[in-house]
Design a protein around this ligand. Structure first.
Ligand SMILES: [Fe+2]
Ligand SMILES: [Fe+2]
Length: 327
């Protein structure tokens, strides 16, 4: 049995005091937005409490799907690096960047380069990513499980949070998925933006989602994990031999929001059985006014996705215990 933990959209605070020059670009909009609303939503003690609970579960690996920082200031990357190092080693933790992690174009050695230890291929020497996409996809093998990290993060204009993989990354992904499929590994793909983005969602969506879905249709995968929407969603994508579960997760630091779910993380218990893969999902997080991290749901993920007649599935509510709705 292999246990994979997933958390996303940490939006680590508190926000360091910006230097004046750091606000002469898109960051100014983000800075105003942070103080108007986000500061009261993303809570560092909540994130730390969730991380402590996750560590006590002793997972075999931890996946983090982006938006670790808020405005892409140098101090934030260093703060996030320290947080990651406290969570676990680069071998234990895999990170992919989100749109907030590539908020503005940055010189190499800055930005997400601080997190290289958490974003390299197995055995690769640590190196600075020269751009947001260099070094992606990366592959990490852990027993029967292969973790494939993608970068959908691109710098965009103010008020735009879209992502894109690009043809080069998609081609590499196709080759990797086909090769790992030949080896009969459980392939987990990490991406920040939801691969189910609708065409035309130019402002917040994954701009080449349609092309990415064609890659999965051809090569398959066993599980796709994403963040970005700050909601809990389970959906299914067509693969060559059935449906692929696609799971989105709320932000790991939300302690107060009028209509978004509170902080949570998911655990995936993955086991190879004679009849095929078994994947049990457990959600843990905050619910209601309680400050305790508790189990929110338990689900046979593969069976749920394969047996439901609808192509798109989603839980709209905070907890899996609440009503399930089918789109
Ligand atoms: Fe986010
Ligand atoms: Fe995002």
């Amino acid at each position: 049995m292999f246990t994979l933990a997933h958390m996303s959209d940490l939006h680590i605070g508190p926000l360091p005091a910006p230097r004046r020059l750091e606000l002469v670009n898109k960051r100014l909009f983000g800075y105003i937005n942070w103080h108007k609303s986000r500061k009261g939503i993303h809570c560092r003690p909540t994130l730390d409490r969730l991380a402590l609970d996750l560590q006590q579960e002793n997972p075999d690996h931890i996946a983090i799907t982006g938006d670790l920082v808020n405005l892409g200031m140098n101090e934030e990357y260093i703060q996030a690096q320290k947080w990651l190092e406290k969570l676990g080693s680069g071998d234990l933790v895999s990170v992919v960047p989100g749109n907030h992690d590539v908020y503005v174009p940055l010189l190499k050695k800055r930005g997400i380069g601080h997190w290289n230890a958490f974003m390299t291929n197995d055995g690769a020497k640590s190196h600075i990513h020269k751009s947001t996409r260099t070094g992606f996809p990366y592959v990490r093998r852990r027993g029967d499980v292969a973790i494939i990290g993608l970068s959908s993060a691109i710098p965009t204009m103010p008020l735009v949070a879209a992502g894109r993989l690009g043809a080069n990354q998609r081609k590499k992904l196709l080759d990797i998925l086909l090769a790992l499929g030949e080896e009969k590994l459980f392939r987990v793909v990490l991406i920040h933006h939801p691969p189910m983005s609708l065409a035309g969602n130019w402002v917040r969506g994954l701009r080449d989602a349609q092309e990415l879905r064609r890659v999965f249709l051809q090569a398959g995968a066993e599980l796709i994990l994403h963040g970005h929407d700050h909601t809990h969603k389970i959906r299914a994508m067509k693969g060559p031999a059935g449906r692929i579960p696609v799971v989105g997760i709320p932000s790991a630091s939300v302690s107060n929001h009028p209509h978004k779910p509170l902080a949570r993380y998911n655990l995936y218990h993955i086991e190879r059985r004679p009849e095929g893969w078994n994947c049990q999902m457990t959600g843990r997080g905050l619910e209601g006014a309680s400050c305790d991290v508790q189990t929110l749901c338990q689900l046979d993920l593969s069976a749920y996705v394969q047996n439901n007649s609808s192509f798109a599935l989603k839980w709209k509510n905070t907890s899996c215990r609440d009503n399930q709705t089918v789109d």
